[in-house]
Design a protein around this ligand. Structure first.
Ligand code: ADP
Ligand code: MG
Ligand code: MG
Length: 889
């Protein structure tokens, strides 16, 4: 029922329809047909040359999983019906000995997941069909090439035999024939290979390779559905916030043959440079090749411009198609094509993945070319990706002095400096320890993704701009230099040589992803600037459209200045305790903790007060008059006391106390569950003098800065943490107000200040109306609020959350991405209740979620006044806030 309603809203009905011809679909049906299927249909509608076929919907995939991983009879029958339709359209027939139909079976989810799932080419071949094809075409080499590829892919993808067994056989054959490349093998060689492959298949699986094309097809379709749940795809989905429930569609498409000979080929191209955004066709192709050959690095591909010389008419036609597609989608396109004996076929188009640098340039260019509006430009950029623009660049002076030892293809921009590792596992191992590593490989494959994430940069011997390493690195925002053929690699022994010098694991290397230069030294890096060029323009536009404020979480003037440079409009959270951990201060603070009387405690606090005041002055100065929220002491006191004997003895000596006494104090601070113990405002309730001292420091700092900058509107915001009950808030607020008013009166000046609370306990949300009687503002501390709402601690959740992800109970980390259904509901309730008592009160968020785009959209929807995030996330938050405003206009 639900399904039917949902479909009606989208303008198409019939929830039972699970299969669509390309001619029945269109580009808007991406949810149902997947991105690939929807775009194949759209290209068909545009009249472009697309090998015809049909798409099995994402709903069929969901059904497959619902039915216990099996394709039910109804859907099977529908697929059979569409095979018949396809046979009629193409004039070819499955398994036919006159005119056999060969197809590809391709995965395609709603969001593109390049290389994550599986595709099978040349399906429909068996020993009779291949003979007929060889004889009738007069091109046996082609027929056997298709056959051996099919057996290889089917075995790998459908039966999970593993590519390596087949690659070994190919290598052995090439060696025996004394050739280097696949395309040098003859028809006879390939025929023999196909036989060897089938034998290997039987050897591995104990059964014959299936020769019935329909059996092959259903097995392949199932394999694609199954690949939705493979480990690679699962990791990719988590990284990209793609819900498991979406499922993948399956495309069954007539083959176009790029391996027919020297007037055939296959390639990939972008309408603009995906690394830099530069306008102009960019791509690579290979003659007499098929499918993944270009990206898999079996031979070094040619740049697309060379097609002009080899096949000028096809090149002109292709340029035309590229223009049509870019104008139609009004975005940079990433396309796959095949040329079958001088005839061009389009196999895929999608909005191309790009680096952040390319994204902002393309967005600006498309505005200037009159292709898109400012709003559309902002929506086109992946907010999270801006992070990579803030990554350090090489210090230009140091770079000038450095001497490159070699050069590869500049595949993904950025600067990487680190020590060499040779395997993804080593990258993970060292990376986890915080070591900076550069991963050097012959070429990468999807199994390397985890290791690539932990690397500063990736260097490959093979492959070009569109190799696996290049594409994945660009997606991650990691620097990559590919195709450095000078390197003589010995992966097994973890060494390579480059111009006579040998490099081992642990040796240093720097990569410049913008030039392709490779350096055998560590080049220092400096941070980037978001206020100029395309980045500056996009940020300005973001500010024009966003309605949410963006503040920063900053504890030091240095962080605050950085955040202000990134565009922060205030501090949403200053954690004052971080100021005590400094070795020069911790002594006075420990003295306070070890005090036996109020007087002793006040004396110790008096030492801390001027230090805090100086810190706060620095923060007010750094923000130039923007609001600053200062949270009072929050963590349990045990975090400040020493644990080892020598430190305890030293503390005792400096305090003039006995070691036994100090140990007693430390012992008394022990709690079974410190995160739910003596912390937050509970500290101020038991030690009011701490709150009084902090108030004095804040107010004095504000008065001092105000006296220096008469035109700044300084209104300090004092934030009481961990409130759960209005009376405890009132208790602490009374101390703050009394102290503040005394300080202000004594100064003879005037100052406005606000006292609010951090909302981080569910009870505070439930009683937010009562709390708002006292609190002048709310700021959601969603780290604690999440932990208390879920009832598990952030520090311990790492142990069991992976099992929850594995079982699909949770799809994302609730500490990274706001749980809008649970925690979000509490927030919304608190805002509504709070403002019912205190209309228009400002409400912000200062948990980790304040820098997460999808969480920011939620904050916009529930009417928060601002989000506050770490300095390096400020530009992300500005763009995400603009996107939320545009999306929810
Ligand atoms: P991916 O999503 O990993 O790119 P694809 O389904 O696009 O996988 O297919 C892998 C390769 O096979 C691509 O290079 C594609 O162009 C090629 N290919 C897919 N279907 C056909 C077909 N019907 N004819 C020729 N080549 C095809
Ligand atoms: Mg593809
Ligand atoms: Mg907290």
């Amino acid at each position: 029922m639900k399904l039917i309603i949902r479909n009606r809203e989208r303008g198409y009905e019939m929830s039972h329809k699970y299969v669509y011809l390309f001619t029945e679909g269109n580009g808007k049906m991406r949810e149902l047909l997947g991105g690939k299927g929807a775009n194949l249909a759209e290209m068909t509608n545009l009249g472009l040359p697309v090998p015809q076929g049909f798409t099995i919907t994402t709903e069929a995939c969901t059904k497959y999983y619902e039915d216990g991983r099996s394709i039910n009879d109804e859907i099977k029958a529908e697929i059979m019906e569409y095979i018949t339709k396809m046979e009629a359209i193409t004039g070819k027939k499955f398994g036919d000995l006159e005119n056999p139909l060969l197809v590809s079976v391709r995965s395609g989810a709603r969001a593109s997941m390049p290389g994550m799932m599986d595709t099978i080419l040349n399906l429909g071949l068996n020993e009779q069909v291949v003979e007929v094809m060889a004889a009738k075409s007069g091109n046996p080499r082609w027929a056997y090439d298709c056959y051996r590829r099919f057996i290889q892919m089917f075995s790998d993808v459908v039966m999970e035999v593993g590519k390596k067994y087949f690659e070994k056989l190919i290598d052995a054959m090439k060696e025996r024939k004394g050739v280097h490349f696949d395309n040098e093998l003859t028809a006879e060689d390939l025929k023999e290979l196909a036989e060897q492959f089938k034998a290997e298949y039987k050897n591995q699986l104990g059964e014959d390779f299936p020769s019935d094309p329909k059996e092959q097809l259903f097995k392949a379709i199932e394999a694609v559905f199954r690949s939705w749940d493979n480990p690679r795809a699962n990791i990719y989905r988590m990284d990209h916030d793609i819900p498991y429930s979406w499922g993948t569609a399956v495309n069954v498409q007539m083959m176009a043959f790029g391996n027919l000979g020297d007037t055939s080929g296959t390639g990939v191209a972008f309408t603009r440079n995906p690394a830099t955004g530069e306008k102009g066709l960019m791509g690579e192709f290979l003659m007499n090749a098929q499918g993944e050959d270009v990206v898999a690095g079996v031979r070094t591909p040619m740049p697309i411009a060379q097609m002009q010389e080899i096949l000028p008419e096809v090149y002109t036609q292709f340029l035309d198609v590229c223009n049509t597609l870019e104008n139609h989608y009004r975005d940079m396109q990433d396309m796959e094509f095949t040329i079958e004996d001088k005839k061009l076929y389009m196999l895929q188009t999608r909005n191309g993945k790009r680096t952040a640098a390319a994204a902002i340039k393309i967005a600006c260019d498309l505005i200037d070319e009159g292709m898109i509006s400012e709003e559309e430009a902002l929506m086109q950029i992946d907010a999270k990706s801006l992070d990579m623009l803030l990554h350090p660049q090489f210090d230009p002076a140091a770079l000038k002095k450095a001497e490159a030892v070699s050069k590869g293809i500049a595949a993904s921009p950025g600067a990487a400096a680190g020590t060499i590792v040779f395997t993804a596992e080593d990258a993970v191992e060292h990376g986890k320890k915080g070591e900076k590593v550069v991963l050097v490989r012959l070429e990468t494959s999807p199994e390397d993704i985890e290791g690539m994430k932990y690397s500063q940069g990736i260097l490959t011997v093979r492959g070009g701009q569109t190799s696996h390493a290049a594409v994945v690195a660009r997606g991650m925002g990691t620097c990559c230099v590919s195709g450095c053929g000078d390197i003589k690699m010995d992966e097994e022994n973890k060494v390579f040589t480059l111009h006579g010098k040998t490099y081992h694991e642990g040796d240093v290397l720097s990569l410049d992803g913008s030039t392709g230069n490779i350096y055998a030294e560590l080049i220092p890096t400096i941070p980037a600037d978001p206020n100029s060029g395309y980045f500056g323009r996009i940020m300005e536009l973001a500010d024009k459209y966003k309605t949410l404020g963006v503040r920063t979480n900053a504890d030091t003037p240095k962080d605050a200045k950085q955040a202000a440079a990134f565009g922060a409009q205030g501090i949403g959270l200053c954690r004052t305790e971080h100021m005590f951990f400094d070795p020069s201060r911790i002594g006075a603070f420990r003295e306070m903790i070890c005090s036996e009387t109020v007087e002793e405690r006040e004396a110790a606090l008096a030492k801390i007060e001027p230090m805090q005041q100086a810190d706060f002055e620095g923060l007010f100065e750094a923000l130039g008059g923007y609001p600053v929220t200062i949270r009072f002491l929050d963590p349990p006191l045990h975090e400040f006391v020493p644990t080892d004997e020598a430190d305890i003895a030293a503390l005792a000596a400096s305090q003039g106390k006995t070691v036994a006494y100090i140990k007693q104090v430390i012992n008394d601070l022990h709690e079974f569950n410190p995160m739910m113990g003596h912390r937050g405002c509970r500290l101020a309730v038991t030690y009011p003098e701490i709150a009084a001292m902090q108030t004095k420091a804040v107010i004095k700092a504000a008065l001092a800065v105000k006296s220096r900058h008469a035109d700044w509107n300084i209104v300090p915001e004092i934030m009481i943490p961990l409130t759960g009950e209005v009376k405890e808030l009132k208790f602490v607020k009374d101390i703050v107000v009394k102290t503040a008013d005394e300080v202000i009166a004594a100064s003879g000046a005037s100052l406005k200040y606000e006292v609010g609370t951090m909302v981080e306990i569910p009870r505070a949300c439930l009683t937010a109306d009562a709390i708002a009687e006292e609190a002048e503002f709310f700021c959601f501390g969603t780290n604690d609020l999440t932990q208390m709402t879920f009832g598990f601690s952030r520090d311990d959740a790492g142990k069991f959350l992976p099992a929850y992800y594995g079982s699909k109970i949770y799809e994302s980390d609730p500490f990274a991405r706001l749980d809008t259904t649970g925690v979000g509901q509490l927030m919304e309730m608190a805002v509504t209740k709070g403002r019912s008592v205190r209309p228009g009160m400002h409400c912000g968020i200062c948990g980790e979620h304040g820098g997460d785009p999808s969480s920011i959209e939620f904050c916009h929807k529930i009417g928060l006044s601002y989000v506050s995030c770490s300095p390096y996330r400020v530009p992300i938050a500005r763009l995400a806030a603009a996107q939320a405003a545009i999306k929810n206009k």
